[in-house]
Design a binder for this molecule. Structure first.
Ligand code: NDP
Length: 286
C-alpha cells in the first residue's frame, strides 16, 4: 500500500473504467444521461456544475443542463423535476445545493425519483443504506469507500472512528463502514475527549470542517487516515481536518488535501449515473 493515498490516480483509474462501460452501453443502444439543475448564480455552485458537465463529456455521458434564474419558483422547479423523472433519456438527476432560500430543499430532493437519485439524498435511498440494501449511495462517502478498497484496506473487525455526523458525509460513511463489518464509533462536537477516541482507531475518517484539528500524536501508530475536510486558510491554501505533517510519520496510509477525497466525489456521481443506465438497459426493477 502506498503511504500517501492518491485520490487523483484512483479517480482517473475509475473514470477510465466508467468510460469503457459507457462505450459498451452505447454500442448496445443506451446512452447514459445525467440532468444537472442549477438555480441562481452562486459562484461556487456554478464551478461545481461546470466541473460535473466536463466530467460527463470526458466519459461520454450525455449531460442535460438546466440553469434556472434565481427567481424560479418552487412549483416551477418541482415541475421540471417531474418532467425529468419521466424523461427516458435521463438516468440521474442532480440538483445543485444550496437552493435559494425561498425553495424548500427537502421538498425538492424528495421529488426526485429514488430511481434517478444519483446523489443518494432521497429518504428512500437513505433507508436502503440503513437497512444494508443500498441502491444509490451518496458520492463523497462512497468515494471514500472506493479509495479504501483500491488501497487494499480491509475494514472487517477494525475499529473505525468517523469524526463528523452530517447527513451527507459522516452518517452515511459510518453506515458504509458498518456494512463492511467494522466496529464504528461516530464522534461529533459533543464528544468528550476526542483525542482518546481517535487513539483507539485503526482507521480514522475526518469529516469536520476544522483546519488541521486532528494532530499526529492523537493517532495510533500505523493507523489509516482518510481526510474528507477541505478548509481554506489564507488566500489560496487548502488544508484538511488532519495536521498532515505531524500525522504522516505515524500512519500507515493517509489521504492528502488537496488530491485525496476531493477528486472522488464527481467520479462517484458518474459511477452512479452509469450504474443507473445499466439498470435501465437491463430492464431490471429496483
Ligand atoms: P458539517 O458542518 O455538516 O458537519 C461537520 C461535523 O463535524 C458535524 O457533525 C459536527 O458535529 C462535527 N464537528 C464540528 N466541530 C467539531 C469538533 N470540534 N469536534 C468534533 N466534531 C466536530 O460538514 P460536512 O459533513 O458537510 O463536511 C465536513 C468537511 O468535509 C468539510 O470540510 C467539507 O468542506 C468537507 N467536504 C468535502 C467534500 C469533498 O468532496 N472532498 C464533500 C463534502 C464535504 P455536530 O454534529 O455536533 O455539530
Amino acid at each position: 500500500m502506498e503511504k500517501i493515498i492518491d485520490g487523483k490516480a484512483i479517480a482517473a483509474q475509475m473514470r477510465q473504467g466508467i468510460a469503457e462501460d459507457v462505450t459498451v452501453l452505447k454500442a448496445a443502444g443506451t446512452i447514459p444521461g445525467l440532468a444537472v439543475v442549477l438555480v441562481g448564480e452562486d459562484p461556487a455552485s456554478r464551478v461545481y456544475v461546470s466541473m460535473k458537465e466536463k466530467a460527463c463529456e470526458q466519459t461520454g455521458i450525455f449531460s442535460a443542463e438546466h440553469k434556472l434564474s434565481v427567481e424560479t419558483t418552487e412549483a416551477e422547479l418541482l415541475a421540471l423535476i417531474d418532467a425529468l423523472n419521466g424523461d427516458g433519456r435521463i438516468d440521474g438527476i442532480l440538483v445543485q445545493l444550496p437552493l435559494p432560500a425561498h425553495i424548500d430543499e427537502s421538498k425538492v430532493l424528495e421529488a426526485i425519483s429514488p430511481k434517478k437519485d444519483v446523489d443518494g439524498f432521497h429518504p428512500y435511498n437513505v433507508g436502503r443504506l440503513v437497512t444494508g440494501k443500498p441502491l444509490f449511495q451518496p458520492c463523497t462517502p462512497y468515494g471514500v469507500m472506493k479509495m479504501l478498497e483500491y488501497s487494499g484496506v480491509k475494514l472487517s473487525g477494525k475499529n473505525v472512528v468517523v469524526v463528523g455526523r452530517s447527513n451527507i458525509v459522516g452518517k452515511p460513511l459510518a453506515l458504509m463502514c458498518l456494512a463492511q463489518n467494522a466496529t464504528v464509533t461516530i464522534c461529533h462536537s459533543r464528544t468528550v475527549d476526542l483525542p482518546d477516541q481517535v487513539r483507539r482507531a485503526d482507521v480514522v475518517i475526518a469529516a469536520i470542517g476544522r483546519p488541521e484539528m486532528i494532530k499526529g500524536d492523537w493517532l495510533k501508530e500505523g493507523a489509516v487516515v482518510i481526510d474528507v475536510g477541505v478548509n481554506r486558510v489564507g488566500e489560496k491554501k487548502l488544508v484538511g481536518d488532519v495536521e498532515f505533517a505531524s500525522a504522516l510519520p505515524r500512519v500507515s496510509a493517509i489521504t492528502p488535501v488537496p488530491g485525496g477525497v476531493g477528486p472522488m466525489t464527481i467520479t462517484m456521481l458518474l459511477y452512479n449515473t452509469v450504474e443507473s443506465a445499466k439498470r435501465r438497459a437491463s430492464g431490471k426493477s429496483v
